[in-house]
Design a protein around this ligand. Structure first.
Ligand code: FAD
Length: 448
């Protein structure tokens, strides 16, 4: 449907803000993007900045504006997990079916590229301009040096808050009556570490794998970068026996890496240096509602729904928000009130579902990966899914390799879990797990 061109402000030039700018420019609107940070294209980084996993939902949103192929050039496909369990050789688990992969991509490289593309499309960027306040009914944006300094005032027709988990735009909406808001920090933090490339520039570990060193209460993961290095993330409790607070000296850090991650021992100098150089960051689940204010303001991405990163879906979910918004713009034309209302009604249950799934994955990784019954359950599910792909799609695949709603993945996942609980109660399940009896039981439970 045709649209009247609007004068639109986007607060935040992160991944979501810059992709939204590209979408809105394609629809002929005037777009100004504010960011409190300097232009990321002028900031020196080694290309080894933190990386993210892009999966089907993210690609779908990029494809709609013709960017999938261009962005795939700066991403590395990972079709399997490489599990590094102590006292065992590394073993591999395919993520999905043949041809299914998640893609490792540097957040910094991607963000630069998206800003370039948004600028080429005609969006205007205002870097180093922090937004301190927005006037919701008047759609005005106020920026300035400090909260107390003199502010500049800008007038727009519409405002999109893409300013992340601690959004200022949302903060303003929070002061209104009947605005629901919650945030929950987990007791685990993360730190980024690097495994540099070999001297010949090649990757030191398998390049097409997502590497995991699960260690119960903590874990290390690693994803490849284009320059041959790996970005690792160490997830560990802030407090407790093995925790960030208990590793305070170089000696302690070296002992920690040596005893828990023996196969990266050669990297110990690098890991230790990064351990003290890089900050320890927190992770939060943030929920709120409504996400919009009349036909004037909308939250998109982390500002509306920040989630813990254990499903690798935060950016993917934000990109899917944009895809959904654009479809609604297509069908509702100039009726921004209808667009915003439908957007929040459609997306909120899905954002809540991926928040729940991500939190469960965190709980599962931290407390269940060492439980033999849990591992047996996963083995039974995997076997059944391989033998009956039409009857059983694992929740991971429903989230990662599907475009169906997250809420559907959660609901079907709950049903599958109830079935597995019954299966796990079968007598002698440890010995009959790969038998016809178990398979028939699952078929029967599925048809109930
Ligand atoms: P942000 O990236 O937070 O960007 C917000 C922007 O707004 C910033 O540029 C900021 O400077 C600007 N801003 C903020 N306040 C103001 C203000 N007042 N005025 C002006 N500008 C402002 N997602 C995945 O899909 N896959 C993954 O594998 C994955 N891994 C992750 C791993 C970790 C450890 C973490 C923490 C997150 C991970 N995520 C992942 C989530 C992903 O990083 C986020 O969902 C995504 O970056 C959100 O993008 P955004 O643009 O909404 O917000």
């Amino acid at each position: 449907m045709a649209q009247t061109a609007k004068n639109i402000a986007i607060i935040g030039s992160g991944l979501v803000g810059s992709l939204l700018a590209i979408y809105l420019k394609k629809r002929g609107h005037a777009v100004t993007i504010f960011d409190r940070r300097p232009d990321i294209r002028t900031v020196q980084f080694s290309g080894r900045s933190i990386n993210l996993a892009m999966s089907n939902r993210g690609w779908k949103a990029l494809r709609r504006v013709g960017l999938e192929d261009e962005i795939k050039k700066i991403a590395i496909p990972l079709e399997k997990r490489a599990m590094h369990v102590n006292d065992k050789p590394v073993y591999f688990q395919n993520y999905g079916k043949e041809g299914e992969a998640i893609w490792s991509i540097s957040r910094g490289v991607l963000n630069r590229k998206m800003i370039d593309l948004a600028e080429e499309a005609g969006a205007v960027f205002r870097f180093n301009e922090k937004v301190w306040d927005v006037d919701l009914p008047e759609t005005k944006v106020y920026t300035g040096e400090t909260e107390k300094s003199e502010w500049k005032e800008y007038q727009f027709d519409l405002i999109f808050g893409c300013d992340g988990a601690f959004s200022r735009v949302r903060h303003k909406m929070q002061r209104r009556s009947r605005f629901n808001y919650s945030q929950h920090f987990i007791n685990v933090g993360y730190k980024e570490l690097t495994i540099p490339a070999n001297v010949d520039g090649r990757h030191k570990l398998d390049k097409n794998s997502f590497h995991i060193w699960p260690r119960g209460q903590f874990m290390l993961i690693a994803m490849p970068n284009l320059d041959g290095s790996f970005t690792c993330t160490l997830f560990m409790p802030f407090e407790g026996e093995v925790s960030f607070e208990n590793i305070t000296t170089e000696k302690e850090a070296k002992a920690f890496f040596k005893s828990y991650f023996p196969n990266v021992r050669k990297e110990i100098e690098n890991l230790t240096e990064d351990f003290f150089k890089n900050p320890t960051s927190a992770m939060v689940t943030m929920k709120c509602y409504p996400w919009t204010y009349w036909n004037k303001v909308a939250l998109v991405g982390d500002s509306a729904h920040a989630i813990v990163p254990f499903y690798g879906q935060g950016m993917n979910a934000g990109f899917e928000d944009i895809y959904a918004l654009d479809q609604l713009i297509e069908s509702n034309g100039d009726d921004w009130e209808a667009i915003f209302e439908a957007y929040q009604i459609q997306r909120k249950p899905n954002a809540d579902a991926i928040a729940e799934l991500s939190y469960r994955n965190f709980m599962e990784m931290s407390s269940k990966t060492a439980d033999p019954m849990f591992l047996l359950q996963k083995k039974i599910e995997k076997r059944f899914a391989e033998r009956h792909p039409e009857k059983w799609v694992p929740v991971y695949s429903r989230v990662t390799f599907s475009e169906r709603p997250y809420a559907e993945a959660l609901a079907i996942g709950d049903k599958q879990e109830a079935i597995m609980q019954e299966v796990m109660r079968l007598p002698n399940i440890e010995t009959i797990w790969d038998s016809e009896v178990v398979e028939q039981k699952m078929v029967q439970l599925l048809s109930r």
